[in-house]
Write a protein that binds this ligand. Sequence first.
Ligand code: SAM
Ligand code: SF4
Length: 433
Amino acid sequence: MKYYIETYGCQMNVYDSEKLEETLKENSFSETSNPGEADLILVNTCSVRQHAEDRAFARIGELGRVRQRTRAVLAVCGCMAQRLGPEMLKTRGVDIVVGPDAYPGLLTAFEKSRATGTKTLDTTRDSGFRFRASSQRAAHGLRAFVSIMKGCSNECSFCIVPVVRGPAVSRPHQEVLEEVETFVERGVKDITLIGQNVNAYDDGVVGFAQLFRMTADTARCSRVRFTTSHPKDMTDSVIGVMSACKNICEHLHLPLQSGSNRVLGRMRRGYTTERYKNVVKAVRDAVPGISVTTDIIVGFPGETIEDFESTCVLIEELGFDSAFTFKFSPRPGTDAASMADDVPRAEKERRLSELISIERRVSSAKSASLVGTVMEVLVEAEKEKGEERFLLGRTRCNRTIRLNGSKEMIGRFVNVRVESSKGISLCGCIVRD
Ligand code: SAM
Ligand code: SF4
C-alpha cells in the first residue's frame, strides 16, 4: 500500500502528519511522491486564514480528480476537517474527513472505504494524547518536534484555533520526556517543544519552566527550543531556564500581533506594548545574542493609520530577526468576525507591503550584523543548485546558513565564521580548530 500526503499550516500540523505517517508505516504503507500511484491520499489542512482554506480546497479538488482516475481513497484531516465536517465530506472525491482528535480511526476508515466505498466523518474530540513515540519516528531526521500541548484556552478575538482544536490540554510530562529520550537515542540533535502557547503548559505536576529544564537535561548534548510562546505568559522562571541551560537555543518566537495598545485590547491578547517590550528586554539581557522573531496582523477591525504606524515604529525599535506578517482574515465563529471588517482590502494590502519592506530592512540589517561572528552550526543537509554542491546548516538562533564541506559533516556541530548575508540567509566557512 502507498500513501501520498500534503501538509498545510503550522508546526502542530507538521507534527500530526509525522504521527500519521508513522502509523501508516507501521501498517505496511510506504510513501509516494506521486498521488497518481497512491492507495491513500491525505491532505492535512489549516483554517487559520481564509487564504489557507482556499488553497487547500483547490488542492483537494485537484486530488479528487486524481482519485477518480485511480482506486485511491481521499482523506481530509486537520482544522478544515474539524471546522467544515459534513460540508467537506460532500466535496467531490472526498471519502474520509477526520478531525485532529480522531486520527486513530483513520486506518479503519480507509479499509471500510476500500472494501465497501463507505464514507467516514469523524470529528469527535478526545482530551488525551493517544499517539506515543514509535519505532519509525525520527529514524530519518536530525530535528524533531515534540508536542507538549494541544488546543488553546486563550480567547484572542481573531483566532480560530480554540474553535477547531479545543481548549488547552497539557501532555503528561513523563510522556514528553520519554519521547525526548527516544529521539536523543536515535540521533536527533535539535528538539523543538511545540504547542500553540507552550508557556501556559501545566500538567498538574510541573509548569513550563520545569518541563523545559527537564527536557534540556534529558536532551543532554542535543539542542532544545520551543514554539510558540505567548507574551502574557512569559515568566522570569522561563527566562531563567533559557539562560541557565547550555543546550537551550538562543531563539524566541514571540508573536506581537500589533504595536497599538488599542488594537491589542480589541484582539484580547492580554498584554500591552510596554509589557511586550519589557519581556524582550529581559530575554535579551538574560540571553545575549538571542534572536527574537514575531507575528504581526495588519488591518484588524478598527485599525487606524495611527495604530498601523505604531506597529511599524515598534518593529524598527525592537529590531526583530524576522517577522511573519499577515492581513487580517475574518474567521467564522471568532469574535473578530462579527466586528466591522472596516479596513478596505486595498488598504490592508498597502499596509502589508509597507510592513514587509520595513521588516526586510530590519531583518537584513540584523543578518548583516552577524557577518564576521563565529556561530555553532548543526550541518543538516547537502544541496545541489546547478553545478554547485553545498551544505546547509542551522545556527542556534534558528537561521539557515550555507557552507562548503563534504556530506560526511551532516549531523555534526561545527563552528562557522559568517562571511556574508542576504536577507535572513547567511553564508559562512567552517572554522578548523
Ligand atoms: N499561538 C500563537 C500565538 O498566540 O501567537 C499563534 C498561532 S496562529 C496559528 C499563527 C499566527 O497566525 C498568529 O500569530 C497570527 O499572527 C496569525 N493569525 C491567526 N489568526 C489570524 C487571522 N484571523 N487573520 C490573520 N492572521 C491570523
Ligand atoms: Fe490563537 Fe491566541 Fe491561542 Fe495563539 S494564543 S492559538 S493566537 S487563541
